[in-house]
Ligand binder design. Structure first.
Ligand SMILES: [Cu+2]
Length: 226
């Protein structure tokens, strides 16, 4: 079993450094607290004839253990703000790239592809169920929505996780750095079939992606015609 983070295949790697930074800070504090706890439990355990003493508290200590966590949280907030804005703020999203529409419903992902013209809402759009195909090295701009309940669009290897909310169109973007097969999951308990609400992510080279789109569009048109 692998305990580390899933393989990283997107440009959002800075999330990992923040993740590890927070893990180290909270880990050190956790260990310190536990060591102190065990020490105090043993040091001040019950002994025959020793009376408990009332201690009111200590202003200096309280100021210190309030100010230090405050500074840590402030530091983490500033450190992660840039990454957060880069990933979540639609005003900073890349202009170019492949537009996709992802519609979640109990219990599947329907992905609308723009086809060869690279634009949605045109005649060569087509839909694939539970199969997310993207080109490598190109920004992917997803318009995310849900038909029934709240789902969560989760691409663990891409460090992408975003709620899909009925009645809302939420913008998501990412860029793959490596071709291959990855996982698409739902990260929001959305009903009895939640556990099987998963799909695959296939990262192609841009040429392969173009070819796949053209073939898939033809295949679906023939299927509809027959
Ligand atoms: Cu779901």
């Amino acid at each position: 079993m692998d305990w580390s983070l899933p393989e990283l295949v997107s440009t959002f790697g800075e999330i990992d450094s923040i993740f590890w930074l927070i893990t180290v800070i909270t880990g050190v504090i956790f260990l310190g607290v536990e060591v102190a706890l065990i020490y105090l439990v043993i040091r001040y355990r019950h002994r025959e004839g020793r009376k408990a003493e009332y201690v009111h508290g200590h202003l200096g200590t309280e100021v210190v253990w309030t100010v230090i966590p405050f500074l840590i949280v402030l530091f983490l907030g500033f450190k992660s703000a840039g990454v957060w804005l880069e990933i979540k703020d639609p005003r900073r999203f890349p202009e170019e790239g492949v537009p996709l529409k992802v519609t979640a419903k109990q219990f599947e992902w329907n992905i609308t592809y723009p086809g060869s013209d690279g634009r949605l809402d045109t005649g060569d759009d087509f839909i694939k169920r539970n199969q997310l195909h993207v080109p490598v090295g190109v920004p992917i701009r997803v318009t995310l929505t849900a038909e029934d309940v709240i789902h969560s669009f989760f691409l663990p290897q891409f460090r992408v996780k975003q709620d899909a909310v009925p009645g809302m169109e939420i913008q998501v973007w990412f860029q793959a750095t490596k071709t291959g097969e990855y996982v698409l999951g739902c990260a929001e308990l959305c009903g009895l079939g939640h556990y099987k609400m998963k799909g695959s992510v296939t990262v192609h080279t841009p040429e392969e992606f173009e070819r796949w789109q053209a073939e898939e569009f033809e295949r679906q048109r023939e299927e509809a015609a027959s």
